[in-house]
Design a protein around this ligand. Structure first.
Ligand code: GRF
Length: 194
């Protein structure tokens, strides 16, 4: 726990690979009075990830790891998480699959945001597949990460209509807007119960 504006907050790490728009929304929400979490660490597998800029903007520690499945690196990462008293990890556009051994060794909760209505469209290219499949609805899901890809307990989901004129790009944009709303809510929900 860390005190921020007089309130105890659960230390959270966010793992990113790219733009980091979800990371930004999580940080913004964390600064609110009713937030039960604090983003204390940003981790990336990609030193060029655009989202790493939020480390400087919001003065949050960042660390880069290769995520090449080396046992030594895994140990170092677990050590870093412990050092920062991290109780929750949020994967936010993190494009590596976490090794089972890591998921086992980390004693906290790992959350992920996925751009589909799970259990539909696990894995990549969700919007292309939703449109190809002529789905009436798509959306996004926040779920607990376990050792099976995109299969852990669902915490929150938001459904939106797929429009006739939608392309994967326009659908992705509308779904992302919803991701920005449900991810902080889902994280807060988990943090309140810790
Ligand atoms: C989001 O659509 C997320 O669901 C997916 O990758 C995208 C990441 O966006 N896994 P950002 O990096 O948070 O902007």
């Amino acid at each position: 726990m860390t005190k921020l504006n007089g309130i105890d907050r659960i230390n959270t790490a966010v793992f990113i690979s790219g733009t980091g728009s979800n990371l930004k929304k999580l940080i913004k929400f964390s600064q609110k009075k009713n937030s039960k979490f604090k983003i204390s660490l940003i981790i990336s597998n990609n030193y060029r990830a655009k989202g790493l800029k939020y480390s400087n903007i919001f003065k949050i520690k960042k660390k880069i790891y290769k995520f090449d499945s080396s046992k030594n690196e895994e140990k170092l990462l677990i050590k870093e998480l412990k050092k920062n008293k991290i109780k929750i990890i949020c994967l936010a556009g993190f494009m590596r699959i976490l090794p089972k051994s890591f998921i086992k060794s980390f004693k906290g909760i790992i959350l992920n945001i996925h751009p589909s209505l799970l259990p539909k469209f696990k894995g990549l290219n969700t919007h292309v597949r939703a449109i190809k499949n002529k789905e009436k609805y798509s959306g996004c899901t926040v779920h607990i990460v376990n050792s099976k890809l995109d299969s852990g307990k669902i915490i929150l989901q938001k459904k939106i209509r797929v429009l006739k004129k939608d392309t994967p790009k326009t659908l992705a944009k509308r779904v992302l807007k919803q991701e920005h709303i449900i991810y902080p809510k889902a994280l807060n929900k988990i943090a309140v119960n810790l």
